[in-house]
Design a protein around this ligand. Structure first.
Ligand SMILES: Nc1nc2c(ncn2[C@@H]2O[C@H](COP(=O)(O)OP(=O)(O)OP(=O)(O)O)[C@@H](O)[C@H]2O)c(=O)[nH]1
Length: 374
């Protein structure tokens, strides 16, 4: 671990709410134990990120939860004040001071350091929430957490949750489709595993359409950008916490997600959309493909970016001469292809890849993937 570079502090809060009774049922120490799940919480200004964190910290979920706040400049004091100590006597155990800065560059080592410190207390910790403020692109975080060697198996990226202001997002979506404004809000949607469509109470107050019509449209619009995201509607981020913890969205062989992937895509390509917009696109191939060719194809796509900018992709692969169903995941330049399970006899073998990104050209993606056929 590197030394702290003396930058202004980043706060970490340890919340021990009603948790200590559980310690006997958990393994002691952090040697070779189950990695601690990290949920990245992102979202546009004022969407409700702090509200969500407060709700989780005060919830009766029986988990020991730590929160890492990525703050910028003066806001740190405000944010600290906004996090409650918990209605029923939750304890703020300590603050750990860490370097501040842009998470995609100089904060990386501080974040790794913070996570390592937290994990050293693993016998008292079940989950970590990482709130990002003003962060346009969650991808660098995902790469640190997902496949960073330094963290090894101590923590695992569990999911990226994007909190959305249901009222504002209507305006942002419209402006974006019209003129590509507010791209950061779209990156956050593009990388989300879960979208909390918050402040639905405000839709009721402001719109002439029925609330359910407006909400249905919003679901539709969000799924056009990211068909893989689970959308949860909420007022004051009061969501079922079972939907938040232990989603294992980045677990290569998480079968619940695998089966969902094998189902038909939720979103058909929208021919009327401009290609430059952030959207979801899905390709299929029935014939088996060659693993080496797939890797080369993917590396060219993710690393060389041939006029196509893939943010996120998930898929299943029908690899030649293998009875194993392989899963594929990528976040920006990082990718992973691993065997998940055997194909079932009743299943029709196929490859299916869902892309989320910008300038996705269906013809190019289809034909280039086709060249991976044996
Ligand atoms: N009406 C309404 N207000 C909400 C809801 N959720 C949060 N708020 C309010 O919206 C404001 C912003 O919420 P925060 O949780 O601070 O949002 P944030 O995303 O953390 O904000 P920043 O850190 O500034 O980006 C606060 O005044 C909340 O009380 C909701 O569902 N409905």
């Amino acid at each position: 671990m590197e030394e702290d570079d003396g930058d202004p502090p980043l706060a970490i809060r340890i919340d021990l709410e009603e948790k200590l009774q559980e310690s006997s049922s958990r393994p002691e120490g952090n040697t070779g134990e189950i990695p601690v799940g990290v949920t990245v919480i992102t979202g546009y200004l004022g969407a409700g990120k702090s509200t969500l964190i407060n709700y989780i910290l005060n919830g009766h979920h029986g988990k020991r939860v730590a929160v890492i706040l990525n703050e910028f400049g003066e806001e740190i004091g405000v944010e600290r004040a906004m996090i409650n100590d918990g209605d029923d006597g939750a304890v703020v155990e300590e603050w750990v001071e860490l370097a501040n800065g842009c998470i995609c560059c100089n904060i990386k080592h501080s974040l790794v350091q913070a996570l390592e410190q937290l994990v050293q207390r693993k016998e008292r910790l079940d989950h970590i929430l990482l709130e990002t403020t003003g962060l346009a692109d969650p991808a660098p975080l995902a790469s640190i957490l997902w496949l960073d060697d330094q963290l090894e198996s101590a923590v695992r990226l569990d999911s990226i949750i994007t909190v959305v202001d249901a009222k504002n997002i209507q305006m942002l979506l419209k402006k974006y489709w019209d003129s590509s404004l507010f791209p950061e809000a779209f990156l956050q949607l593009a990388f989300a595993d879960v979208v909390i469509l918050n402040k639905v109470d405000l839709i009721e107050k402001d719109c002439k359409d029925t609330v359910s019509d407006v909400l249905q449209d919003l679901h539709h619009e969000i799924h056009k950008i990211n068909s893989l995201a689970t959308i949860i509607q909420a007022v004051r981020c009061q969501v079922d916490l079972l939907e938040i913890f232990d989603r294992k969205e980045y677990g290569a062989n998480h079968l619940a997600h695998l089966e969902a992937l094998l189902e038909d895509s939720k979103t058909a390509p929208d021919k009327n959309r401009h290609d430059y917009s952030v959207r979801t696109l899905c390709i299929y191939e029935q014939l088996s493909v060659d693993m080496a060719k797939v890797r080369l194809w993917l590396e060219d796509l993710l690393w060389e970016k041939p006029h196509i900018d893939v943010y996120r992709c998930k898929g299943v692969l029908n690899i030649h001469d293998s009875d194993q169903l392989y899963t594929l995941q990528a976040v920006r330049e990082l990718y992973e292809i691993v065997p998940a399970r055997k194909w079932k006899e009743t299943e029709r073998k196929m490859s299916k890849i869902v892309f989320i990104g910008r300038d996705l050209d269906e013809t190019v993606l289809r034909s280039s993937f086709h060249s991976c056929i044996m």
